[in-house]
Each structure stands twice: as C-alpha cells, then as structure tokens.
Design a protein around this ligand. Structure first.
Ligand SMILES: [Zn+2]
Ligand SMILES: [Zn+2]
Length: 266
C-alpha cells in the first residue's frame, strides 16, 4: 500500500537487519522501497538489495556530502544505470550546510558533480533524485543551465521554501516529504505540503535518519513511512488511503523503467 521512495538500507545501522526490516515493512503495509546509492563504492551493495528482493529498486549516484570518494563520470553512471532494477540517478545535488571554513566558491566540485549527474539522467532518461540543502538557488540555476527541465525527478526530503517548491514544480519535478513533516517546528514545510499538487507528491523515510514522530530520535526504517503519509493526509485534509494510493501511483509513474523503456521506443 505504501512506498518508501528514499532509504539507505546499505548503511551500517540497517544493513545487518534486512530480514527484520522487511518483516516490519510487511506488517506496516509498506510494500515497496527505493534504495538510494551515495557512492560508487557502495553501488554493488545497494544494487544487490534490489536484485535480491523483488520489491526493492535502486539508484546510482554520488551524494554531495561525500568528498573523499570516487568521482563519477557520465559514463560511470550510465554503465551502472543500464543494469537491471536501477531506476534513478542520484542522490545528487548541492549541500552548502556544512561549509565549515570554506566558501560557496570552494564547492565548485559539488556543482560539477551535479552537472555530471544531470547529463547522465538526460542521457539515460532516468529520473534524478535531488538533494539540496542551503543551496536551492544554485541547485535551480544549474538544473536550468543543464536542461534539467527535460530530465524528470524529485526534490527529496524537501525542507525548502514555497518559492523553491514552486520552481521545482515548474521544472516538472516531484516533491518528496520525509519525517520532518511530522516535526513540531516544521509549520512552514506543512504549508508547502498543503499546496503541492497530489500528483506530484512522494513520501520517504531517508532511513536511517529522520524518524517521524512518534519515533523521532530512533533509527528510522521504511516501516515508518505511514507516519509521513498520515501527516500529509492531515495537512491536505484527505484520507491516508488517498495519500497512500496517490504517492504509490506517482512512484510507479516516475520510477518505472519499463514505462520509460516503452516510451523511448515509441
Ligand atoms: Zn539527501
Ligand atoms: Zn538520502
């Protein structure tokens, strides 16, 4: 019934607990999940989750926070994107949150890496999974410069303003809400969630981080995504069944490699 559109089941907190997590997912009616890749080094492990389990899929990409890792070329991404059950490019994007003593100018490597991912998404016709934190202006500018509007995708774990949401929607992107939507201080985000059209909404956990209320502070797993759906339902004044159905349909439409393949052929 529910789909977790973004989780990190290869991370140490979760990788040893896949059986237990899958049982909890089944008990919570969470029937599918997208396992997100954050380094090329990690890709084989993430991909194995998707090939070992018929209700998991995966992405290929290098997260903007990862510095001392293999730097991907467009070709590196495309060869992996061509493998079975790889349905997205990312997560990718910009993160200026932890600049430390560096300036935005010092983050040119992040912006170049983001461009590489956009080019791979356009070349493969796979959707982009975008991570943006404290960097929305540059994220939108680079998407525009690289023809990102011709790519499809999602702004994941959305925490930006209404203006950024509108710009992302105008580019044709989806918006994904995480457990942050349930946090007491996230009133502004709930206002954003209220106006994002239902056919552009996704839900996610970003496990193992950001467990939703009432599990806040614990290790998150995809089994908690119904709490995100319930909050989105409350914000939109809709039933949780309506939210579950719509976000699952949106997930299928955005990440269905079969649909993409047939669309490319025709
Ligand atoms: Zn992220
Ligand atoms: Zn993530």
């Amino acid at each position: 019934m529910y789909v977790d559109s973004h989780c990190h089941l290869s991370f140490p907190d979760l990788a040893d607990r896949i059986g237990e997590i899958r049982a909890a997912m089944a008990a919570a009616a969470v029937d599918r999940a997208l396992c997100i890749c954050t380094t090329l080094e990690e890709f084989e492990q993430v991909h194995r989750l998707a090939t070992d389990h018929d209700n998991f899929w995966c992405s290929v990409g290098v997260h903007p926070d990862n510095e001392d890792v293999l730097e991907p070329t467009v070709e590196d991404l495309l060869t992996r994107a061509g493998r079975p059950r790889v349905v997205a490019i990312g997560e990718t994007g910009l993160d200026y949150y932890r600049l430390g003593d560096r300036s935005v100018a010092d983050m040119a490597w992040q912006r170049e890496r983001f461009r590489v991912h956009i080019r791979a998404a356009r070349a493969s016709a796979l959707p982009l999974v975008i991570h943006t934190r404290s960097a929305s202006a540059d994220t939108l500018a680079i998407l525009g410069e690289e023809g990102g509007g011709e790519a499809r995708g999602v702004f994941h774990c959305f925490t930006e303003t209404a203006e950024v949401a509108r710009a992302a929607l105008e580019l044709g992107f989806h918006i994904s809400f995480s457990g942050i939507l349930t946090f007491k201080a996230a009133a502004e985000l709930r206002e954003v969630a209220a106006f994002v059209p239902l056919d552009r909404c996704l839900i996610e956990t970003d496990s193992p981080y950001l467990a939703p209320v009432p599990h806040r502070g614990k290790t998150n797993t995809p089994a908690y995504v119904p709490w995100v759906a319930a909050k989105l339902a409350e914000v939109k004044g809709l039933s949780v069944e309506t939210i579950a159905e719509a976000t699952s349909r949106n997930f299928e439409r955005l990440f269905s490699k079969t649909a993409i393949d047939s669309a490319t052929i025709s």
